[in-house]
Design a protein around this ligand. Structure first.
Ligand code: FAD
Length: 391
């Protein structure tokens, strides 16, 4: 039974279908009952709870957007709510799904041939194959549309990849990584499904993160890694195709940012109703209510924006600037909300026992990944003015 969240103040979830609501109820139960009790310990150990992966796969949250793997007819708005429900409990788990579903299945769904889709999408959906997405490099982050240094050289029926990647989520435990590299012949960015067992492939975990500590990010080295032509994404011939994937995932990160706001806000509401100062729960103090009301305002505005950007996808009229604006706007609102929620928890807001501190720390990674605030602003700025201001 699906119960609307109190923080869905205007009741946007009422528009979902019965099947979508039933699925969201399952996602919420899994997140609250199976994931929540494990987060603290794994977050502090920088460990990903791999034993939860079969449970995540069983929810059907990997691949609902593709005909090959969708279990029931569903909308982009529903898929956004899935990201919200997951992030509301833990942003590392939603990031794992964001990589497996959005970035990896997304790359193959958007740019794979029918044969590649038939082969890879079901394996990703049931998580028998774990994927990672390798775009960012040590020397190329925001400028990856033009600045990639990883090269792909064709030799007969094979490609030889050389270079390095940085920040690649899931890469230390993945079976395959979608590597984006520049073809030395035509200078265009192409995508390759690279098995992590390939000779010359090495992934090293990035240690001591303060944000999304459960997500396993890696530095990758590629030294003469050979992949057959059959593993080159057949529909990716330039960075424009990479951008088609990012357009979809940025809208989902926007939804995840709302989930982080909701998680922090719920923790703050709980805390303020229990903590007594000046003879009453602090929830009764006017200035505390102001912070809670402003948080709910940001959440409500962000849900409205996300619902519309997802509807535009379903209607076939979502463009890069639409999802870029959603990502930039909601992640900025998220940063304000997690700070207010941390604030109303006082000193206890900086220890993870009260949950709000983890949302506060995790928000920073969402703010930066999938295009920083500045990069997404420049995508929107280009749409507004017709002028590219990237370089
Ligand atoms: P830089 O590009 O060096 O930017 C630093 C600062 O300069 C930013 O504030 C940026 O906005 C600003 N800046 C740069 N150029 C301009 C300009 N022209 N105008 C104004 N400001 C500018 N990548 C993957 O490929 N796969 C993953 O799975 C992945 N997962 C990630 C997970 C985490 C936890 C993190 C933190 C990152 C992940 N990334 C991943 C990488 C992420 O996408 C990059 O960190 C992001 O794109 C920014 O790149 P950068 O870190 O190199 O920063």
């Amino acid at each position: 039974e699906f119960t609307p969240l109190a923080s869905d103040f205007y009741g946007f979830a009422a528009d979902l279908t019965e099947a979508e609501r039933a699925s969201l109820a399952e996602v919420r139960a899994f997140m609250e009952e199976r994931v929540a009790p494990e987060i603290q310990e794994h977050w502090h150990r920088d460990a990903f709870p791999e034993h939860l992966i079969p449970g995540i796969a069983a929810l059907g949250v990997v691949g609902p957007g593709w005909a090959e793997t969708a279990r029931f007819e569903n909308s982009a708005v529903y898929r956004g709510w899935v990201a919200l429900e997951m992030s509301r409990v833990d942003a590392s788990i939603s990031t794992f799904v964001g990589v497996q579903n959005g970035l990896v299945a997304g790359s193959i769904g958007v740019a794979g041939s029918p044969e590649q889709r038939a082969e890879w999408l079901p394996r990703l959906a049931d998580c028998s194959t774990i994927g990672a997405f390798g775009l960012t490099e040590p020397l190329s982050g925001s400028d990856s549309a033009q600045g990639l240094l990883t090269t792909a050289r064709r030799e007969g029926d094979e490609w030889v990849l050389d270079g390095a990647k940085r920040w690649i989520g899931n890469a230390t435990h993945a079976d395959v990584v979608v590597i984006w590299a520049k073809d030395v012949e035509d200078g265009q960015v192409k995508g390759f499904i690279v098995p992590t067992t390939s000779p010359g492939f090495r992934a090293t975990r990035i240690e001591r993160k303060i944000s999304l500590r459960m997500v396993q990010n890696a530095d990758i080295e590629l030294e003469g890694v050979r992949v057959p032509e059959s593993l080159r994404l057949q529909g990716a011939s330039s960075f424009r195709d990479t951008a088609r994937v990012l357009r979809l995932t940025r809208a989902e990160v926007a939804w995840s940012a709302v989930g982080v706001m909701v998680g922090a806000y719920e923790a703050a509401v709980r805390y303020t109703s229990e903590r007594v100062q000046f003879g009453q729960p602090i929830a009764g103090h006017q200035l505390v209510q102001d912070l809670l009301a402003k948080s709910l305002g940001h959440i409500t505005a962000s849900i409205a924006l996300c619902v519309q950007v997802s509807r535009m996808l379903d209607q076939g009229r979502q463009e890069d600037a639409h999802s870029a604006l959603a990502k930039a706007f909601t992640t900025a609102r998220m940063r304000e909300v997690v700070a207010w929620c941390r604030e109303v928890c006082g000193g206890n807001g900086i220890v993870t026992d009260y949950d709000v501190a983890r949302f506060f720390a995790d928000a920073e990674a969402l703010y930066t990944y999938e295009g920083t605030a500045q990069m997404n602003a420049l995508i929107v700025g280009r749409a507004i003015t017709g002028r590219s201001a990237f370089a």
